[in-house]
Design a protein around this ligand. Sequence first.
Ligand code: ZN
Length: 284
Amino acid sequence: MVFEKANENLYLLIDESYYDTISCAIVLPSRLIMVDSGIHVPNMKKFRKHVEGETGKKFDTLILTHHHSDHVMGNQVFSDCTIIATKTVAQKLKNWKKDMTPEKLVRRKETLTDKSAFDGLEITIPTETFDDYMEIVDEDIKLVIKRTGGHTKGSTSVYCPKYRFLIAGDNLLSNFPPYGADPSSNPDVWINTLKEYLTLDVEKFIPGHGEVSTDKLVKYMIEVIEKIRDFIKKGVLTGKTKEDIVKEGYDKNFYPIDEDDSFEAHAMRYTLSNWYKFWGGKKT
Ligand SMILES: [Zn+2]
């Protein structure tokens, strides 16, 4: 676990127990806002204590960028705060909690390098929802919270014009290929969302995994997703099967895959398969 300060107003927890998952603490004039709660309950407890200790301020709000478990497992650490998500994300998490079993948790834990991540876990869901847009204003600082979709239907960013950062959740990834395996992933919306990021006055882009980045990462992700789109659309037009697209697309190396990482390789194949369906590929 690494605690990092992106600047005076933004603390990050970068958790190596699962693909450097990033959770962010925003320092506002009178309060602290958390964005995502990570994959590791004990680490999140330490992070909260650290940030409150260093700033002398208290958290009162947690905002979730999307529903995937690597971004919400630490929600319980903020159970005394308002936990905000889009209606889409809140509904997903409600179902997730209902359907959770000890066996599923054990399987999830097997994917983590640190097996203490779920110690004392109590699955905790949002307490407040919004549709597509909301703002948090504290003195002269504004946070713009916007559902855009892309990586998932509920994917949401948090933008601070004054501090010039944008927290993108998994719409940005600096250490992993674009992950489009979620059934609600929409790569057309995703490209448009990334292009919209480029119109904002942002110095630091914070991805859902990896490291603090710049617009270089945004441009690179647009390029990768557009290359995959062009390849799949052409394949669909010429009658290629899903199997062709997955095999040929994988071999084209649109993103340098770490072959030793079976999940990364699997994720790329699954994304190709899912997006083949998205762009009108045959059902069989
Ligand atoms: Zn993630």
